[in-house]
Write a protein that binds this ligand. Sequence first.
Ligand SMILES: *[C@@H]1O[C@H](CO)[C@@H](O)[C@H](O)[C@H]1NC(C)=O
Ligand SMILES: *[C@@H]1O[C@H](CO)[C@@H](O)[C@H](O)[C@H]1NC(C)=O
Ligand SMILES: *[C@@H]1O[C@H](CO)[C@@H](O)[C@H](O)[C@H]1NC(C)=O
Ligand SMILES: *[C@@H]1O[C@H](CO)[C@@H](O)[C@H](O)[C@H]1NC(C)=O
Length: 213
Amino acid sequence: MKTLILLISSLIIMRSILTKNINVNIDSGSGECAYINSFIKRENSYDCCTQSGITCENNHIIKIDLQDYYYGGPIPREFGKLSNLKELNLRNNHLNDSIPSELGFLSQLERLDLSHNQLNGIIPSELEKLSNLKELYLQSNKLYGFIPRELGNLSKLQFLYLNENSLSGFIPHEIGKLSNLKILNISNNSLKCPIPYELYTITKLKIMYLLII
Ligand SMILES: *[C@@H]1O[C@H](CO)[C@@H](O)[C@H](O)[C@H]1NC(C)=O
Ligand SMILES: *[C@@H]1O[C@H](CO)[C@@H](O)[C@H](O)[C@H]1NC(C)=O
Ligand SMILES: *[C@@H]1O[C@H](CO)[C@@H](O)[C@H](O)[C@H]1NC(C)=O
Ligand SMILES: *[C@@H]1O[C@H](CO)[C@@H](O)[C@H](O)[C@H]1NC(C)=O
């Protein structure tokens, strides 16, 4: 009898260990998949890390590279919760609506490419919080309003493409603070002269497309 009880109880313990392991396996894809599964049109439980274009490391999504797909609709605000994301590339899709200000929470982000979509609205000044950003591509959308002067706080920025939008007003002097900038393209917008002299003090700047039309 004692042995039987012992056997049963050890079976129960074994089962609970096994169940725990199974739970761990379900979560291992990354709890963060919850923020992206509906965007990539997958069911809730899908392990998004197995999707091509999505890279995970230590149970975190670190890269979303979904260029040239047919994703439409808005960029989900939940993407702002992917706190380990280094790269977000949604170039050449059919995204519309405005750029969610929550993307400013992506403190690890080095590359943001939302170009060649139908995004409208203003460029959110919250993007200034992307202190690791090196590349920002927002060209060929329908963005309007002013270029936020806060973009001058992106001290690591090397590539800034805002061309082919409907941006208006003056080019902010603060863009001249971007001392690491190599390429600036703001042509084909509705920007006004004069061009701030600070832009000419950026020594690393190799190419500057300013065409004011
Ligand atoms: C935005 O894209 C979605 C999905 O493609 C579409 O259903 C919706 O009509 C679009 N909205 C606008 C304003 O274009
Ligand atoms: C960001 O830029 C704005 C406008 O140029 C400035 O007032 C602000 O102090 C800057 N913030 C940081 C954190 O550098
Ligand atoms: C800058 O933008 C203009 C207009 O979109 C484009 O024709 C030109 O090739 C761009 N230059 C670079 C270096 O991207
Ligand atoms: C950019 O503006 C120039 C001058 O108005 C125009 O010739 C050119 O077609 C525009 N490029 C695009 C891609 O809209």
